[in-house]
Each structure stands twice: as structure tokens, then as C-alpha cells.
Design a protein around this ligand. Structure first.
Ligand code: FAD
Ligand code: SF4
Length: 514
């Protein structure tokens, strides 16, 4: 006879917070459930490493709960009883165990928030929802903070968070006397500089890989399933955090924006998967960086640690708040009315443009690219070329190991594509080869000429940059931070302008052959 439970607690794949108050006490009347379902594997083409990482991390979490004495029900993708959606599986469990009370944690995605609210409306038993206890802020805090402000600048919110949570503060004054040390950061990687070797774990995710393949799920990218390098449990995530603060934090800020053909991770933390699945808490990541800095002030300068903390206490919390403030309208925004299809080579890396070839190739191989690669290479090209934001989002939502809509769409549609018309970014992030060459070595090995803008082998970014600004003149020319762009454009002789725009037309018409 099956054991009886009164309460069913649903956990989603990104709710792997072992320190949640749910788990403080063992309760024999509670059954926890985690499930691998087609509704989650099929809403986008996930990178195979992302799909395997989620399943492996969920299984590790289930094992940890079980070890701690909680009753756990894990439904694998190929379990014959799996009905392949949260609501169908929960219905079956509620019936089977005569459950009286259904509970879940607040989802981070709008899609699931609505689905679970709708599900609860169909239930005839008690149901309730609790916080995930992961973020510093509640969903509505960012909206409340900005409700009486004229603009919704991340910087102002970040300073408020520093004060409110007393992070790197001496009373009301930021430690070091400044809020921001960006002028000391963002250098190009010097020639012959070799970053500290990455910590690559060696997990075997063959079982998860086989399940996904056997189910015929459409995925992208490559994987070495027997030597999977990403952390999938708490011990490994803490190991990666320690590796980061010891070996990467000392140069994190300095080379935060640098890009290099041989280095895919430089001094970045690669903690986004562990953070987004809540295996690590935001507080412990921030505290660990501060501890390392306080213990080694000669090795870790303040600009490095401040730059890192700004990403998590500032950007990450801010993006989440904007998501809840602006959804669901946000996912329909298309300020520039961009309609072009995503070039085919976004799915293969098969382009002659060396920067895109490298960043896309790396993304397909590693399920990872750092922020500037995402923003200033793939995002920049999509924006300049006028790709439909739905297609850009679809790509970003699948390809990265850390891609979950609340943090993907705000960064993609908002920061990178400016499809929100400036809710998140103060201006569109556009750049020509000049910037890419300044921050990377990509142009050195490229078939295109970084200094040309209208000739047959001119770098496509150079003509598309001007074409974008000319195309959207009416929307952008009065923007205070873009006036100079139009002054420069208007100074170019007409025949040269015509040649640049013709080159841009050629690039757009032949975009799949670039
Ligand atoms: C077009 C585009 C799409 C993106 N999509 C995602 C996504 O799907 N998921 C995701 O987690 N991040 C996304 N980002 C933000 C950022 O690029 C990644 O968080 C970061 O590259 C993850 O690598 P890391 O852990 O090594 O980060 P680090 O550079 O080491 O930074 C530390 C942490 O700060 C946080 N962080 C840094 N920048 C941001 C940011 N702009 N917004 C929110 N959090 C930030 C992350 O949690 C990250 O782990 C995107 C950025 C762009 C431009
Ligand atoms: S020349 Fe242009 S296309 Fe080639 S790597 Fe540089 S920026 Fe990219």
C-alpha cells in the first residue's frame, strides 16, 4: 500500500535552493516532486548542455533531499507514468496520494506563473505559494522603487541596494569613496597574457543525454556527455565560486570586456547556472567575493570586487524587477519594427566574419559566452541587421546554459536589441569594427577588412552601423547621446555615404553568405 501524504510540494528545475525554509524540518506528511517534462524541454531549442545540466542538477538535488530525510518523487522524462506537463503529473499525484494541500514556490518565469495560477484555480484542495528565498528583492520592489522617479536607471537602484543591504559601505559612504570604478576596468587582453586555467568539472551526464536523445527532443550545440564541465550540485558550485574568488576575481574588472579567440571565459565566474538554478544564493556569492577582497586587499583591488558585485546586486536584481514590472507586454515590444530573419549561420557559426564565427562557435561548443560577446558581437550584429526580436530571443533563450526568460529577455530584447525603446538601456548598444578590434583579437584573423566600410571586403559591421543609424534617424537623431553620431555621419561626403549604404544593402541581401 502506498504511503499517504497530505501535502504535495512542487519544485521547478530552477528552484534548487537547499537552504529554503521548506527543508528546515522533516515532515513525513509532505511529498516533494521534481519532474522532467516535455512542456519544459520543447518551448525553445535548448542547447544540449543546458538540457543535460538542468536534468542532472535536478537529480542531484533530489538525491540531496532524499539524503536529508525528505520524501521525494522524481519523474524522469522516460517514466511511462510521466504525463509530460506539471499540471497533469500533479493531478495524478494528488489523486494517487489523496493529497489535501498543494504548494509551490513563486516561478521566475511569467509563463509558469500564469500556468500555475491557472492550475490552482482548477484545484478543489487547499493550495498556496511561497517565495523562493533567493533574491534580495521581491518581484515588485524595483517597480515600487522607481514609482516616483523620473527615470529607471540601474545605477540609482544599485546605489540604493548597496545602502539598503550595507554592501561595501561605511555608513552612507561607499567604500573606496566611489560607487563605480569602471574607468579602471575594461582593458583589452595584452598579447601573451594567459588567464588562469578554467575549472572544468568532469561530470558524467550520459544518462540524461541518452534520455533526451531517445525522446527525440530538438536541441542545439555539442556536448561531451562523459566529461561535462559545468557544476551540477552544491559542492561543485561552491568549488567554482572558490576558484573564481581566488583566481579570477583579481582581474575580473580589468578584463571584463575583453574578448579573445583562444580564451572563452577569461576572468568571468561562470556562476550564472548555479545562481539561476538557486543552487547558490546571491548573498553567499557576494559575501564570498567581499571576504576574498578583505583577506587579500593586495591581490584583489576594489575595482575588481565592486565590478563583480554590481553585476549581481545591481544588474541581476534590476533585470528581474523590470521583468515583473513590464511583462507580458515586454515580450511583444519591437521599437524599430525589425522584421528580418535570423541568419542561418547563428545556428552553425559558419560565417566568414571572424568575431561572429568565434562567438557563435564557442556558444555552440560551450553553451557559454560572456556578457560582451553576447552584447557586442551577436547582439550588436542582430540589432544592426534589423533581425526580428522574437527570433533573437528564441536564439538567446536556447543557446546559453543560464538562459531563463526573466534574465534572457530583459538582456536581449531590452539591453541588446533596444526593442523596449529604452526602458533598460539608455541608448542602443551598437558598434562598428573599431570597438570590436579595440576589445579583441578577432579582426586579426578575419577575411574582412576592419578599416574599410564600402569596398567588396569591407567589414559588414562598418556599413551596417551607419545604415542602422540612417534607417532609424527619425527615432534616434534627437537622442542626446547619439547627436554626435549624426554629426559625424552628416560630415561624410555624399558619394561615400551612398557607397556605404549600398554596401550595407548588399550585406543585408546576402546576409547568409557573409
Ligand atoms: C543578449 C544577452 C543575453 C543574456 N542572456 C542571459 C541569460 O539568459 N541568463 C543570464 O543569467 N544572463 C544573461 N545575460 C547576462 C550576462 O551576459 C550573463 O549573466 C553572464 O555572461 C553569465 O556569465 P558569468 O556567470 O561568467 O558572469 P560574470 O561576468 O562572472 O558575472 C557574475 C554574475 O553576474 C550576473 N550578471 C552579470 N551581468 C548580468 C546582466 N546583464 N543581467 C543579469 N545578471 C547579470 C550573473 O548572474 C553572473 O553570473 C545576457 C546578456 C546579454 C547581453
Ligand atoms: S573585421 Fe569586422 S567581421 Fe571581421 S572580426 Fe573584425 S569586426 Fe568582425
Amino acid at each position: 500500500m502506498d504511503k499517504k501524504y497530505t501535502t504535495l510540494r512542487l519544485l521547478l528545475g530552477d528552484q534548487l535552493n537547499i537552504n529554503h525554509s521548506w527543508f528546515k524540518e522533516k515532515d513525513a506528511s509532505v511529498l516533494y516532486v521534481l519532474m522532467e517534462v516535455r512542456t519544459e524541454t520543447d518551448y525553445v531549442w535548448h542547447h544540449i548542455q543546458k538540457a543535460c545540466a538542468f536534468f542532472a542538477a535536478m537529480e542531484e538535488f533530489a538525491t540531496a533531499l532524499d539524503r536529508d530525510g525528505h520524501d521525494m518523487h522524481y519523474i524522469k522524462l522516460d517514466n511511462p507514468e510521466n504525463l509530460q506537463s506539471f499540471h497533469s503529473n500533479c493531478d495524478a499525484l494528488i489523486g494517487k496520494f489523496e493529497i489535501q494541500n498543494f504548494q509551490y514556490q513563486l516561478p521566475d518565469e511569467y509563463r509558469l506563473d500564469i500556468a500555475l495560477k491557472d492550475y490552482c484555480n482548477t484545484l478543489h484542495i487547499q493550495n498556496s505559494v511561497v517565495d523562493t528565498e533567493h533574491f534580495y528583492t521581491k518581484r515588485e520592489d524595483v517597480a515600487e522603487y522607481f514609482s516616483e522617479k523620473k527615470s529607471i536607471l540601474m545605477e540609482s537602484f544599485y546605489r540604493h541596494m548597496r545602502v539598503k543591504h550595507n554592501v561595501m559601505m561605511q555608513g552612507p559612504v561607499p567604500l573606496g569613496g566611489q560607487w563605480n570604478f569602471d574607468q579602471e576596468n575594461r582593458k583589452k587582453l595584452p598579447k601573451n597574457h594567459k588567464p588562469f586555467p578554467p575549472l572544468l568539472l568532469q561530470n558524467n551526464v550520459t544518462a540524461q543525454f541518452n534520455r533526451i536523445i531517445a525522446a527525440g527532443i530538438k536541441t542545439i550545440g555539442t556536448i561531451d556527455a562523459a566529461y561535462f564541465p559545468w557544476p551540477i550540485n552544491r559542492e561543485q558550485s561552491l568549488e567554482l565560486l572558490e576558484h573564481f574568488v581566488n583566481y579570477c576575481l583579481p582581474l575580473f574588472g580589468t578584463f571584463q570586456d575583453a574578448m579573445h579567440t583562444n580564451e572563452w571565459y577569461l576572468y568571468h565566474s561562470r556562476l550564472s547556472f548555479s545562481l539561476n538554478t538557486k543552487i547558490l544564493s546571491t548573498q553567499e556569492v557576494i559575501q564570498s567575493a567581499i571576504n576574498a577582497w578583505e583577506q587579500n586587499p593586495d591581490v584583489i583591488a576594489i575595482n575588481q570586487v565592486e565590478g563583480f558585485i554590481r553585476q549581481i546586486l545591481g544588474w541581476r536584481e534590476y533585470m528581474r524587477g523590470i521583468y515583473w514590472m513590464e511583462m507580458p507586454e515586454f515580450e511583444t515590444l519591437n521599437f524599430f519594427s525589425h522584421q528580418r530573419d535570423l541568419p542561418d549561420w547563428y545556428w552553425t557559426g559558419n560565417t566568414k566574419m571572424n568575431c561572429l564565427k568565434n562567438v557563435i562557435g564557442q556558444s555552440l561548443n560551450a553553451a557559454y559566452a560572456h556578457h560582451i560577446q553576447r552584447l557586442m558581437i551577436t547582439g550588436n550584429f542582430a540589432l544592426l541587421a534589423g533581425i526580428a526580436p522574437d527570433q533573437v530571443d528564441f536564439w538567446y533563450l536556447g543557446i546559453y546554459i543560464d538562459a531563463i526568460q526573466w534574465v534572457e529577455i530583459t538582456n536581449t530584447r531590452g539591453m541588446s536589441q533596444y526593442a523596449d525603446g529604452g526602458i533598460i538601456g539608455s541608448k542602443p548598444y551598437t558598434a562598428s569594427a573599431n570597438y570590436i578590434n579595440k576589445m579583441s583579437n578577432y579582426c586579426e584573423g578575419c577575411s574582412y577588412d576592419k578599416s574599410e566600410r564600402s569596398t567588396a571586403n569591407a567589414c559588414p559591421f562598418n556599413s551596417l552601423y551607419w545604415d542602422f543609424h540612417e534607417r532609424h534617424r527619425s527615432k534616434l537623431h534627437e537622442h542626446p547621446r547619439l547627436k554626435m553620431v549624426y554629426v559625424l555621419w552628416d560630415k561624410i561626403p555624399q558619394h561615400e555615404k551612398t557607397a556605404i549604404l549600398e554596401r550595407a544593402d548588399y550585406c543585408l541581401e546576402n546576409v547568409n553568405r557573409l
